[in-house]
Design a protein around this ligand. Structure first.
Ligand code: KG4
Ligand code: ZN
Length: 338
């Protein structure tokens, strides 16, 4: 059974084709294609929603044509992200998905983007996956729009146990990058500069690290960096690198501390991470060290699956079919929750 997945929730236009063997409960990626709008948005220091929608509108039909040329029209279902995300962007994918579903006479499978991040770790490095994972596990999704710890009790039975009270971790990276005149998205640039910096050079506050619950906060940290830069304008490359390294270390410390809280509070030894910030190598190493020292089975998705993509949307569609779930909301909803 072939599933075409479409993702347009933010600034990545993406398609993926997956083959599902429902009986065997496994699936594999046959093809995928992604266009990142980063270059078009970088001059504005962030994603401009109307521009994002315009670019999705321009790119998606061309990409679909290319995809059909490569793979043919033999498609059994269409999966599409319905939220959360930027509504103008979401509509581009959902409108095309509805048209395709009508024209080909195949079902439409609406997918929550966050579920995609939560389950992207089910695919191995060859982009082959299976539904067999032990429940419960903790899904830790750390992106530009979300930072949340989700207790996955069973497929389709989720509870948010920790969440940022303000900015997402990726948003903090992007805003600190902006303060240092680095282009959008800031995460990769800040982490690159941080490599040559001293993470102990500046003591920034570690917000809510000891709150004793799953609440997180990154907005105060961002403000602390802003004031530091005002009071100590960086003079050298090394000054910039030290700010990046010290900031990055705080984010990592907070994220690891909250994972520790969740693992101990819920006594769960399996964790899947996802979302753009988990592409950060230093964060990955910190999570890996934590996992080794605490007997936690950490599932780290392939790097192309950490940031936004259509493959993870296809994975959720496969899981929904395996578990016979058909009552997902079909309407576009920018604020859809896990
Ligand atoms: O998951 P994603 O592609 O899109 C959202 O759903 O938000 O995540 C994008 C976020 C951006 O904030 C970006 O700066 C951040 O992930 N990011 C990183 C790194 N790569 C991407 N943050 C820190 N270090 C990185 N290497
Ligand atoms: Zn995302």
């Amino acid at each position: 059974m072939k599933i075409l997945a479409i993702e347009t929730s933010c600034d990545e236009t993406a398609l993926a084709l997956l083959n599902l063997d429902k009986e065997a409960e496994n699936f594999q990626v046959l093809d995928h294609i992604l266009y990142s709008q980063i270059n078009e948005h970088s001059q504005y220091g962030g994603v401009v929603p109307a521009l994002a929608a315009r670019l999705h509108n321009k790119k998606l039909p061309v990409m679909l044509q290319e995809f059909i040329n490569r793979n043919g029209r033999d498609i059994d279902s269409i999966a599409v992200t319905v939220g959360p995300g930027l509504e103008p962007s979401l509509y581009v994918g959902v409108n095309l998905a509805n048209l395709l579903s009508e024209a080909l006479g195949v079902p439409l499978i609406p997918v929550n983007h966050m579920h995609g991040h939560m389950f992207s770790g089910l695919l191995d490095e060859n982009l082959v996956g299976t539904a067999s994972i032990e429940y419960p596990f903790i899904a830790y999704t750390i992106s530009g729009g979300h930072t949340e710890l989700v207790l996955v009790k069973a497929y389709n039975d989720y509870e948010i146990i920790g969440i940022t009270q303000d900015d997402a971790a990726g948003e903090a990276f992007d805003k600190v990058a902006k303060m240092l005149n680095l282009s959008y998205p800031g995460g990769p640039k800040v982490s690159k500069l941080a490599e040559s910096g001293d993470s102990e050079a500046i003591q920034f506050p570690r917000p809510m690290i000891n709150s004793g619950d799953g609440r997180m906060s990154f907005s105060g940290l961002k403000t602390a960096v802003l004031y530091y830069i005002k009071d100590n304008p960086p003079q050298t490359e090394q000054d910039i690198a030290n700010i990046c390294a010290s900031f990055e270390q705080v984010v990592i410390d907070v994220l690891v501390a909250k994972l520790n809280w969740a693992v101990n509070t819920y006594n769960i030894r399996q964790v899947i991470i996802g979302g753009g910030v988990t592409a950060n190598l230093k964060l990955r190493h910190a999570f890996e060290n934590y996992a080794t020292q605490n007997g936690v089975n950490l599932i780290v998705p392939n790097k192309i699956l950490s940031t936004d993509n259509a493959i993870m949307i296809g994975v959720v569609a496969c899981l929904d079919m395996i578990y016979n779930i058909q009552d997902r909301p079909r309407e576009v909803d920018g604020s859809l929750e896990v």
